[in-house]
Design a protein around this ligand. Structure first.
Ligand code: PGA
Length: 228
C-alpha cells in the first residue's frame, strides 16, 4: 500500500519539519509513505517528494526548479500531471510528457496523476477511459518506478469522493494498460479510506486536505497497514 500526502500550497518549512518528526514516530511497516510539501519546505528525507519540477538540470526558467535543485535535497520522487497544474497552470499533455521523460531518465519515482472532469464522468466509463488514455500520451506505462494516481477532478477538494463502483471500474480499466500500482485521490478522508483501500486494484491513496493534520494522516497509515 502507498499512502501519500499532497500539501499543495499549505505549510511552511518549519511546520513541515515538525510534521515529519511527528509522522516518523510511528512504524510504517510495509506501507510506502510519501509527503509532497511546497518547494520552500523541501528537505532531505526519504519520505519527501516534490510537487513539480521543470524538465531541465537548470536554466532560464523563472519561477521553476529543476534537477539541480532537487539533487541538493536528494529528492528522488516527483508528482507529475496533477489536475491543478493541468487546469490552473495550463500544463499541456506535451509538456507533461516532456517532464515525465526527463525525470524518468533520471530514475525518479514518478507519481503520475490522471483524472476526468465531471462532464466526462457523466458520459460514462467509456468516455472516462478515452479521456484518461489521452493523459497517457507520451507516457511510458511500463516504467518500473511509476505510480499512477487516479484523481477525478470533480472529487478533488470537494468533499465528495468517487463512489466505490466508479473507483473500481476506472482502476480496472487502467490496470489493463499498466502493471504500475494505482492509487486513488480525491476527498480521501478518515471516514472513507478503509472502504477505498478495500476496492480491487486500489494500491493506496493520495491525500490532500485530510493529510494536513498529522494525527489524521497517521491514522490513515494505520488503516493502510492492516491491508496487504
Ligand atoms: P483532496 O486532494 O484530498 O483535498 O481532495 C487530493 C489531491 O489533489 O491530491
Amino acid at each position: 500500500m502507498i499512502v501519500a500526502a499532497n500539501f499543495k500550497m499549505h505549510k511552511t518549512r518549519k511546520e513541515t519539519i515538525k510534521y515529519l518528526k511527528e509522522l516518523k514516530r510511528m512504524d510504517f511497516k510495509d506501507v510506502e509513505v510519501r509527503v509532497f510539501p511546497p518547494f520552500s519546505a523541501l528537505i532531505e528525507d526519504e519520505l519527501i517528494g516534490a510537487q513539480n519540477a521543470y524538465p531541465a538540470i537548470n536554466g532560464a526558467y523563472t519561477g521553476e526548479i529543476g534537477l539541480e535543485q532537487l539533487n541538493e535535497f536528494n529528492i528522488k520522487t516527483l508528482l507529475i500531471g496533477h489536475s491543478e497544474r493541468r487546469h490552473i497552470l495550463g500544463e499541456t499533455q506535451e509538456f507533461i510528457a516532456e517532464k515525465f521523460n526527463f525525470y524518468k531518465q533520471n530514475g525518479f519515482r514518478i507519481f503520475y496523476c490522471v483524472g476526468e472532469p465531471l462532464e466526462v464522468r457523466k458520459k460514462g466509463i467509456e468516455a472516462v477511459v478515452d479521456y484518461i488514455k489521452k493523459q497517457f500520451e507520451g507516457i511510458d506505462l511500463n516504467y518500473e518506478n511509476l505510480v499512477i494516481a487516479y484523481e477525478p477532478v470533480w472529487a478533488i477538494g470537494t468533499g465528495v469522493s468517487a463512489s466505490s463502483e466508479e473507483i473500481k471500474e476506472t482502476h480496472r480499466e487502467i490496470k489493463k494498460l499498466t502493471k504500475a500500482p494505482i492509487i486513488y485521490g480525491g476527498s480521501v478522508k478518515l471516514n472513507n479510506i478503509k472502504e477505498i483501500l478495500e476496492i480491487e486494484n486500489v494500491d493506496g491513496v493520495l491525500v490532500g486536505s485530510a493529510s494536513l493534520d498529522v494525527d489524521v494522516f497517521r491514522q490513515m497509515i494505520e488503516i493502510a497497514k492492516e491491508k496487504k
